[in-house]
Design a protein around this ligand. Structure first.
Ligand code: SF4
Ligand code: SF4
Length: 408
């Protein structure tokens, strides 16, 4: 590019910035034109968990469409709406013209992060700082505390402790995710035990960091891209072709990252790997005939809608095949638990209201245990059950399986 042309472009950028004129990329143009399809029918509001929890206070997906239809250059007007969205995707599923609200919400959060950082909620900025400082969304425990907590947790549920097998060239990489690494420690261990039980040759990548999903949800797309690019490049360097994850959010985000970055690495949630590689019959044979238990399944939004309904069918089939597991369906199984979209950190009150509605549905199912194939959902539901004194067991799917396989 000639220096004269470069100066011209710099001048244009300066004028646009001074005049506060926002230039849209072709992708943004496309998204905005999608939202113009909104017919104001309000059908989406009937299915939006935030609207159900807050009523008129939350104008919902239709409100985002309304705000943008006035003047898309003033996209930040929708900021009070977009951080309240759990990104569950139910609106898009039910919208007669398929308006991609979750995609619009993500785009607006990323534009606000760059152009109006003052509007990013403070509660979310803390999470971003954690990722920058520790590599995880939550501050990790010190090693002694972690060891003590892990031993206690495993003892309570009757599971053995194993070391972390290092990732060697060509093995399956097990990506534990921030929640299982720093909070729900037993999920990481259970994931390892399940892989070991079915002779999966796996290792845990050294110095792995957050998958980037929470970072992207806060709006920092550049940091999320960088986390994902460096992880996938490292996997390619290690000749890894398969990554397995126990968290629904990490699975859906890393899957999208492989598509976006053109990586050939196959990312799968544990249920996909078990169903596709191990098979339901082998899983069933391996499981001990423990006490009879009535179980239902919570369907994480990141599995059922972001990855695909087939993952839920896999999980359901695996549970149904376990000896002495009496599987019962749940009305509202696919409804958000309230933690999605980081709502739990931005507005704990609304998040808990959504969770309470979910707990009512879990109770009505008559199940003794609700199984969630995602540690984020498991933690959220079990916190809610404890607070509301709902007598139901809550297990992450990896933990539930490991206990059926290993517990005496
Ligand atoms: S359902 Fe779709 S078309 Fe109807 S108001 Fe909602 S976003 Fe608009
Ligand atoms: S994605 Fe879910 S929470 Fe967000 S607007 Fe749509 S239905 Fe509501």
């Amino acid at each position: 590019m000639s220096s004269m042309r470069r100066k011209e472009l710099e001048h244009i950028d300066k004028v646009l910035a001074e005049e506060k004129i926002v230039v849209f990329s072709p992708y943004e143009d496309e998204i905005y034109s999608e939202i113009e399809k909104c017919q104001n029918c309000s059908l989406c509001l009937t299915f939006c968990p935030v609207f159900e929890a807050t009523g008129e206070f939350y104008p919902g997906p239709r409100g985002i469409a309304d705000e943008l239809s006035r003047d898309v250059r003033e996209f930040w007007r929708a900021s009070s709406i977009v951080y309240m969205c759990t990104l569950c995707g139910r609106c898009q599923e039910r919208c007669p013209v398929n308006v991609p609200i979750p995609e619009v919400v993500m785009l607006l959060r990323s534009k606000i992060f760059v152009q109006r950082p003052d509007l990013v909620p403070e509660g979310l900025k803390v999470l971003l700082e954690n990722v920058s400082r520790y590599g995880y969304i939550f501050e990790p425990m010190n090693p002694e505390e972690r060891e003590e907590s892990l031993r206690g947790r495993l003892e309570r549920i009757g599971l053995p402790l194993r070391g972390d097998p290092p990732l060697r060239s060509g093995l399956v990489a097990y990506f534990p995710g921030c929640q299982a690494e720093t909070r729900l420690l037993e999920v990481k261990e259970a994931g390892k035990l399940v892989l070991e039980a079915f002779d999966v040759d796996y290792g845990i990548p050294e110095k792995w960091k957050c998958c980037g999903l929470p970072v992207r949800l806060i709006g920092d797309s550049a940091m999320a891209d960088e986390l994902q690019r460096s992880f996938l490049e490292e996997m390619e360097r290690m000749n890894v072709t398969d990554v397995v994850v126990t968290c629904a959010g990490c699975a859906s985000e890393l899957k999208s990252a492989t598509k976006r970055l053109g990586s050939g690495i196959r990312v799968r949630h544990l249920v996909e790997l078990l169903f596709e590689e191990v098979g339901v019959e082998t899983i069933s044979r391996k499981a001990r005939v423990s006490d009879k238990v009535k179980v239902t399944l919570h369907e994480p939004c990141h599995l059922s809608r972001h990855i695909g309904r087939y993952t839920i069918d896999y999980a359901e089939e695996i549970l149904r095949a376990l000896p002495n597991v009496d599987y019962v369906g749940m009305r509202g199984a696919d409804e958000c638990c309230g933690a999605g979209g980081l709502l739990k950190f931005h507005n704990p009150f609304v998040s808990a209201t959504i969770r309470n509605k979910k707990l009512e549905k879990i109770s009505r199912s008559g199940a003794e245990v609700v199984v969630a194939p995602c540690p984020l959902c498991s933690v959220n539901i079990s916190e809610g059950a404890a607070r509301k004194r709902v007598s139901v067991g809550v297990d992450d799917l990896a933990v539930f399986l490991a206990r059926r396989i290993y517990s005496e």
